[in-house]
Design a protein around this ligand. Structure first.
Ligand SMILES: Cc1ncc(COP(=O)(O)O)c(C=O)c1O
Length: 489
């Protein structure tokens, strides 16, 4: 939505009033603004009388109140981020890089950790480029808590695919999974409605259960994501059984989708990736762990080494600035991703596809899953998204083995940051029910992608007839991947 907004702004004479008006109308008013302003003639270069695919236009119109609610969420979270930046006295001097041990660093590391902790309601935080990924940060957090003889209890069903080898659900070939270190594992399956099984949870803990793992987002499962309120209720139930059981939340994809975050409702640690929500599509790498001071220090010791703590590790070049800037923009980027998800759900459901979350259901992450039902559809969908991406549009994604995943996975990620699922991208494991997962859809509303010709919506949506007919005539646009590949060659 914001891409449309900024395009509109750049094609108008400068004026604070108009800027404010635009910001206020945010999404659904933007279409109207584009059409009714005489100075938007530049837009006619790209857009005719009906610049949007009709079904997208209808969907946007129908989502007005949802989009408005997202704008309020963004405003609320942005205010919290700004306050934290001010309190941490973030300044230019924090943006410099460091080398070697990172001992001569100019305070940016500390300011970033401090701001992050405040934003997430945590005592302490460690945000570092040295975390390879969300999986790596989560692993450091789990190893911070668990010792031989302890038990890890996953209370929201199966954890994300890449944690299987970390935990030892899948053999890690002796490379050091939790199981290799003598840590047991159990799961509380989800209830039939896809949420937490509250009754089972009330009696789930054993004396040796040292850590409960809660996965906020759906991952690659066909399940709904958890609200922070639900996470808080689960923590209460866990702590009632054993106040010494520590709670770790896999926070990937959930950040800024609510007004509160898990540490505010009692989570001992949260962990996630900076090339997802909190990096605002700007951070080029990294991850974070936040929560109780003692346990953040233990996770940091796992990232580096016991005794080194969090005051070391160099970050070269311009990366510190990108961390700060990405974190600052994150609420807005997440807001756009949520709007994109709403739109995808609306359009695909209208075409007869099963979507998760469903239209009108609450959103607790930025992920939108669409059940495509066959390997061929999943591949074709990802190919179509790739060819409509700003980066590597000329390539064809190929399904294959990916480190950490048992299933073959296909990724369409024509993104500026490699593997960034915060930019428009989608992926999915090649297994039943052959669902595609959109991770970040913030650039979807850009006019060029809604443009009423070869749009990203038109191609993947137009290429498939709905599995269940709803009396609509599908678009005639066909995806000619082979021709594309030949062109590229
Ligand atoms: C819920 C969840 N947890 C963890 C991860 C792993 O994150 P990463 O790919 O950064 O290792 C993912 C990735 O999609 C996820 O969806």
């Amino acid at each position: 939505m914001c891409m449309l907004l900024s395009f509109t702004i750049s094609s108008t004479p400068p004026g604070p009033t108009f800027r404010l008006t635009c910001a206020a109308v945010a999404i659904s008013g933007a279409t109207v603004a584009v059409r009714s302003r005489p100075w938007t003639s530049a837009l006619s270069i790209h857009c005719d009388e009906h610049p949007f695919v009709p079904e997208v236009e209808r969907a946007v119109d129908s989502l007005y109140s949802e989009f408005r609610a997202v704008d309020n969420l963004v405003a609320c979270n942005s205010a919290r981020v700004l306050k934290a930046f001010k309190n941490a006295r973030v300044g230019f001097h924090h943006f410099g890089g460091s080398t070697g041990y990172g001992h001569e660093e100019s305070g940016g590391r500390e300011a970033l950790d401090e701001a992050f902790a405040e934003i997430f309601g945590a005592e302490s935080a460690i945000v570092r480029g040295q975390f390879f990924s969300g999986t790596h940060a989560i692993t450091c957090a789990l190893f911070a808590f668990l010792r031989p003889g302890d038990e890890l209890l996953a209370v929201a069903g199966v954890p994300y695919d890449t944690l299987e080898e970390v935990i030892g659900i899948r053999d890690s070939n002796g490379l050091g999974s939790l199981r290799d270190f003598g840590i047991d594992y159990r799961e509380v399956p989800l209830a039939e409605d896809g949420g937490l099984d509250w009754d089972a949870l009330k009696i789930a803990l054993k004396p040796q259960t040292k850590c409960a793992l809660i996965q906020r987002s759906c991952g690659y499962s066909w399940r709904r994501s958890l609200s922070v309120e639900e996470i808080g209720r689960a923590i209460e139930i866990i702590k009632l059984q054993n106040p010494h059981c520590l709670v770790m939340v896999d926070n990937c994809y959930g950040e800024f989708t609510d007004r509160i975050e898990p540490p505010m409702v009692g989570a001992d640690l949260i962990a996630g990736s900076f090339i997802k929500n909190p990096g605002g599509t700007i951070a080029p790498c990294g991850g974070y762990v936040a929560g109780k001071k003692k346990w953040v220090a233990a996770a940091a010791a796992r990232l580096s080494a016991p005794g080194l703590g969090i005051d070391c590790g160099s970050t070269s070049g311009d990366i510190m600035r990108l961390f700060f800037q990405g974190l600052f923009l994150a609420p807005q980027m997440v807001g756009e991703a949520v709007k994109g998800s709403l739109l995808i759900a609306e359009v695909m459901a209208d075409r007869g596809y099963e979507v998760q979350p469903g239209c009108g259901a609450p959103r607790n992450d930025v992920v939108q899953a669409v059940k495509l039902g066959s390997r061929e559809r999943l591949l074709a969908f990802c190919e179509a998204v790739q060819r409509n991406s700003p980066v590597s549009s000329f390539t064809k994604p190929i399904a294959g083995a990916t480190p950490g995943y048992a299933s073959e996975v296909i990724f369409a990620d024509g993104t500026f940051i490699d593997g960034s699922t915060s930019e428009l991208s989608c992926d999915g494991p090649l297994r039943e029910p052959y669902a595609v997962f959109f991770g970040g859809d913030e650039f979807v509303p850009e006019p060029v992608k809604f443009y009423n010709q070869s749009t990203i919506f038109d191609q993947p949506f137009g290429a498939f007839n709905p599995p269940t007919k709803k009396g609509k005539s599908p678009s005639v646009f066909l995806v000619d991947i082979e021709a594309d590949v030949r062109d590229a060659e």
